[in-house]
Design a protein around this ligand. Structure first.
Ligand code: ZN
Ligand code: ZN
Length: 252
């Protein structure tokens, strides 16, 4: 009987310890999001716990995911991702170090970005270069803090921060968020740029999946003849080409 009650106490202590670790991690997200209107939720992560914030920032929908492992807190294997929906005008990924590209992405050769330690990949390298070299954007890139990867893909901008709780504080986080929103504003405005032709590829500029007329409906933009999945165009509601203002397409 005594052994049983000791066991119960041990289990209760372990559960309390685990709960404490989870709550401590969750408090980090609440601390850096302080002052932004929205709500907190627990979600499922793969091999990690996930806690996220959903709200509005500068008039835009914002989701901030914080993924962590409570039992390995000392090793700081946590990461934070900012997610904001955008109207996609080209696919772009910024990374801080060279990454091996899968076969279907080999044509999106990496190029250096004048500001910071970034390398860029894009389906429209010329447009991406012009965009990233604008003084306004260079200024914002410098405010992103310790971001590991920033991507505009499938109508969402995602900015990933690894070892977030070691490196991000409320001020750095919210300054980065402001910089990201300014970048998105400029990206969606895109009017000061001329129409950039998209190199003809076999993959969709929105989802980067193969364009296979046998299995999916493919359409082409009525202005710039960019080919895209019909479903992807419906999702983005605008042509995915930088400088093209069209939102209509025809079967091809
Ligand atoms: Zn697609
Ligand atoms: Zn177009």
């Amino acid at each position: 009987m005594e052994i049983l009650s000791q066991l119960v106490i041990i289990v209760a202590l372990l559960a309390a310890g685990f709960y404490w670790l989870v709550v401590t991690n969750e408090a980090f997200l609440q601390a850096i999001c302080e002052g932004i209107s929205g709500s907190y939720h627990r979600g499922d992560g793969i091999g990690r716990r996930m806690y996220f914030f959903r709200g509005k920032f500068a008039g835009r929908n914002l989701r901030v995911e914080y993924r962590f492992r409570p039992f390995t807190r000392n090793r700081r294997q946590d990461e934070l991702e900012i997610q904001i929906p955008v109207i996609q005008k080209f696919w772009m990924r910024l990374v801080t170090r060279s990454i091996p590209l899968p076969a279907e992405e080999e044509s999106f050769a990496e190029q250096e970005v004048p500001a910071g330690p970034f390398l860029a990949h894009s389906n429209q390298p010329q447009a991406a270069r012009e965009f990233l070299e604008t003084p306004e954007i260079l200024e914002q890139l410098a405010k992103l803090g310790p971001v590991t990867r920033l991507e505009i893909y499938r109508g969402t901008l995602k900015a990933l921060y690894q070892k977030a709780s070691d490196q991000l504080y409320r001020a750095t986080f919210q300054e980065a968020l402001e910089a990201i929103v300014r970048m998105i504003d400029a990206y969606e405005r895109q009017l000061s740029f001329k129409l950039n032709a998209v190199p003809a590829t076999e993959s969709c500029p929105y989802c980067r999946g193969r364009l296979n007329p046998q299995t999916e409906t493919i359409v082409e933009c009525t202005q710039c003849i960019t080919r895209v999945h019909k479903a992807c165009l419906n999702e983005n509601r605008h042509c995915t080409t930088w400088g093209c203002g069209s939102s209509t397409a025809q079967p091809c």
